[in-house]
Design a protein around this ligand. Structure first.
Ligand code: ADP
Length: 341
């Protein structure tokens, strides 16, 4: 038989022989004979389709075969259309479910951010009262106190200040989570902004016998910044430098010009960060070593927030660090003409 497995409409129809039997167009024995013939042909290297074998053996005529194939193709096409419609419906249902879940998730995320922001504000109010009364007690405005009482009040004040910082970090974190960070930009003398942060941390550095040096140029450098937020970033870098530098070490804060940019760097000779971990320090709640949180304290939010503040100013951190040698965190800000102030 010359008919081989060429592409004929029959190729589209599975189990054509069974269909012809079901329709009563051929007898089951006819099909068996045709299948046997087909097997025989295959062993000779031919590959005739069953329909053509049935025609060749005279069990069915060509017209009936073509009619049956057409019927089968039509019914397959209808089944395919139905399956597609069902699939389409299921995709729509699943998409709607996913959209609903996503909406719920966004809602929950906003709720979480609002909750953190609200609770942080609520925590701040009683803390402010406590800090106020601590100050009155310490200054002996409410009567004389002993040296022991004074030192106990100092410890309480330090803890209250830490708590205040943690709460402020949480407020900033939740507000940065719930959308774009809003900046209040003004032109500032950068040296003055940095000097204020350095001065604020002098006593802390002194407690650890750390040498804290601020290098700055003889001329003013003006930058457009959200003063409060950039001061917060600098404070974060300085507090980290103090925290992660052993007693007797050195911390340098450097302000310098680099082309059209002001470059500020906070450099310490402390414990340093392994190169492969430098990227990790910007992850929220990330502290390099689980035990360091117990040893050094902190939330692991500082650098993440600091990076968000720098992002909002269109700049980013450069970090150089080596274990046991120290770290340098720096960033650039474009300088502006002081005449715009
Ligand atoms: P926190 O200081 O509250 O732990 P940060 O986000 O400020 O959180 O810092 C994340 C981590 O990065 C710190 O826990 C510390 O492991 C590492 N790190 C930050 N600054 C320094 C530094 N100057 N020297 C060494 N490690 C640092």
């Amino acid at each position: 038989m010359a008919e081989t497995s060429q592409l004929t409409p029959e190729a589209l129809v599975p189990r054509l022989g069974d269909y012809l039997v079901e329709k009563g167009l051929i007898q089951p024995e006819d099909l068996e004979k045709a299948l046997a013939y087909q097997t025989d042909q295959r062993s000779k290297g031919e590959n005739p389709r069953i329909g053509q074998v049935l025609v060749a053996l005279g069990f069915v005529d060509q017209g009936t075969l073509e009619q049956s194939i057409t019927e089968q193709i039509i019914s397959l096409r209808n089944a395919l259309t139905d399956a597609n419609a069902q699939l389409e419906k299921r995709v729509q249902q699943r998409t709607a479910m996913l959209e609903k879940a996503l909406g719920k998730l966004n809602e929950l995320n906003v709720m979480k951010s609002n909750f953190v922001a609200n609770i942080s504000h609520e925590l701040r109010t009683p803390l402010t009262h406590m800090v106020g009364y601590l100050e009155l007690l310490r200054d002996e405005d409410l009567g004389p106190i002993s040296t022991e009482q004074k030192s106990a009040l100092m410890v309480m004040t330090t803890s209250a200040q830490r708590l205040e910082k943690l709460i402020n970090d949480l407020i900033l974190f939740s507000s940065s989570e719930s959308g774009q960070m809003a900046l209040q930009i003004s032109t500032q003398d950068f040296c003055t902004v940095i000097a204020a942060v350095v001065d604020k941390n002098r006593s802390k550095a002194k407690e650890q016998q750390l040498d804290l040096i601020f290098h700055y140029p003889a001329f003013p450098i003006f930058v457009d910044i959200d003063e409060e937020k950039i001061a917060w970033v600098l404070e974060e870098l300085l507090v980290n430098a103090i925290k992660f530098t052993p007693d007797g070490g050195q911390i340098q804060v450097i302000l310098e010009l680099q082309d059209q940019f002001a470059r500020v760097a906070v450099k310490d000779n402390g414990i340093g960060i392994p190169e492969e971990k430098i990227g990790d320090v910007f992850e929220p709640f990330h502290q390099l070593d689980g035990s360091s949180s117990r040893h050094y304290g902190g939330t692991g939010l500082g650098l993440n927030l600091a990076q968000k503040i720098l992002d909002a100013h269109g700049t980013t951190f450069q970090v150089e660090s080596e274990p046991s040698k120290g770290s340098e965190f720096s960033f650039l800000l474009p300088i502006v003409n002081s005449g715009t102030k």
